[in-house]
Design a protein around this ligand. Structure first.
Ligand SMILES: Nc1ncnc2c1ncn2[C@@H]1O[C@H](COP(=O)(O)OP(=O)(O)OP(=O)(O)O)[C@@H](O)[C@H]1O
Ligand SMILES: [Mg+2]
Length: 304
């Protein structure tokens, strides 16, 4: 099959591994920088060019769209979809998954466990906002934060209030969550492909920290998720319309609690920790889905 990896940088580990896995399986594969694709949009036909040449005929595309290029990256991905390519994560699903508040709302509405969260664009009454959450400790997170930067723990109500007032003074957007102490500084990353968790790792915070991000000195080891954890991960991805997703969870007394669902999960951490060929699993899934979709379309044509 003719495959495209939509990625800004062909040297990135995840991109390289997807290319390698596709070639090992005998597929033709090309890395396309979404920002360099340009589009013809017309009711008599869609077209796309890249470096002066038309691109067409891709059976499937694997999107690796960074947060900073979500808008244009999704427009390019949508064009691929309109031109008949299969993608495990649609442009619409990626755009929706990037809105963290929306994800919290949608997942909670479907009964997925989450740490209780409060949020306000500009709440006048900090004490009442915190009363809606419950007693400290609290975890305060900047909306723009990533890799653990912008996540803080406050043990006392006075500290939560001071931190919130400081952030509000800086016009920062943030949310506040209950602190899940029994997670003991560890979280779980379940890598979902289709209807399965193909690999999972447990990340442990370094001594003295509660944030398990590998970028903050956390360590990762492979883990077998419980049935409840695997089901939660697969359901969360399905609810958000993602067929490739990294679902981060905390282990709590009331079961798995989802922290985040990542629509472009990195492969390096999970493949290194588990030794599993996650890139291969992604390629196998994408090719199988694209093939069965094509077969179904051909069956409709022969029926009519
Ligand atoms: N409510 C919580 N209770 C206990 N620990 C938490 C809680 N929220 C986050 N943590 C810990 O802090 C780490 C960082 O938090 P989180 O994953 O929410 O932010 P981030 O990694 O900076 O952002 P993102 O994952 O969205 O890129 C988590 O991996 C987890 O170990
Ligand atoms: Mg995280």
């Amino acid at each position: 099959m003719k495959l495209a990896i939509l990625s800004r940088n062909s040297k990135l580990y995840s991109t390289r591994r997807l290319v390698e896995a596709a070639r090992e399986r005998g597929h033709s594969v090309r890395v396309l920088d979404p920002l360099r694709c340009y589009l013809r949009i017309a009711s008599d036909g869609f077209a796309m060019h890249y470096k002066g040449k038309p691109i067409a005929g891709y059976g499937a595309v694997v999107p690796r769209i960074g947060a900073s290029v979500t808008r244009y990256g999704c427009a390019v991905l949508r064009q691929f979809e309109l031109m008949g390519s299969y993608t495990p994560n649609s442009a619409a699903a990626i755009a929706r998954a990037r809105d963290k508040l929306r994800c919290h709302q949608v997942l909670a509405a479907e009964g997925i466990g989450l740490p209780t969260t409060v949020f306000g664009d500009n709440p006048d009454d900090t004490a009442d906002l915190l009363a809606m959450l419950g007693p400290p400790p609290h975890v305060i997170k900047l909306n723009e934060g990533t890799q653990g930067a912008g996540v803080m723990l406050t043990e006392k109500l006075s500290a939560s209030r001071a931190a919130i007032e400081t952030l509000r003074g800086l016009y920062a957007h943030f949310l506040v969550q209950e602190f899940i102490a029994e997670a003991k500084g560890a979280d779980l990353r379940c890598f979902v492909v289709g209807e399965k968790v193909v690999a999972a790792m447990r990340r442990q915070a370094p001594k003295g920290d509660f944030r398990s991000n590998l970028h903050r000195g956390g360590t990762a080891r492979p883990v077998r998720p419980t049935r409840a954890e695997a089901e939660t991960a697969v359901r969360a991805a399905r609810i958000l319309g993602l067929r490739v997703a990294g679902v981060d969870m905390l282990r709590s007394r009331r079961g798995p609690l989802v922290l985040e669902v990542n629509s472009s999960p990195g492969l390096e951490g999970i493949e290194t920790a588990t030794g599993i060929d996650v890139a291969g699993a992604v390629i196998d899934h994408v090719v199988a889905m694209a093939t069965s979709r094509k077969r179904a379309a051909n069956a409709v044509l022969t029926d009519s």
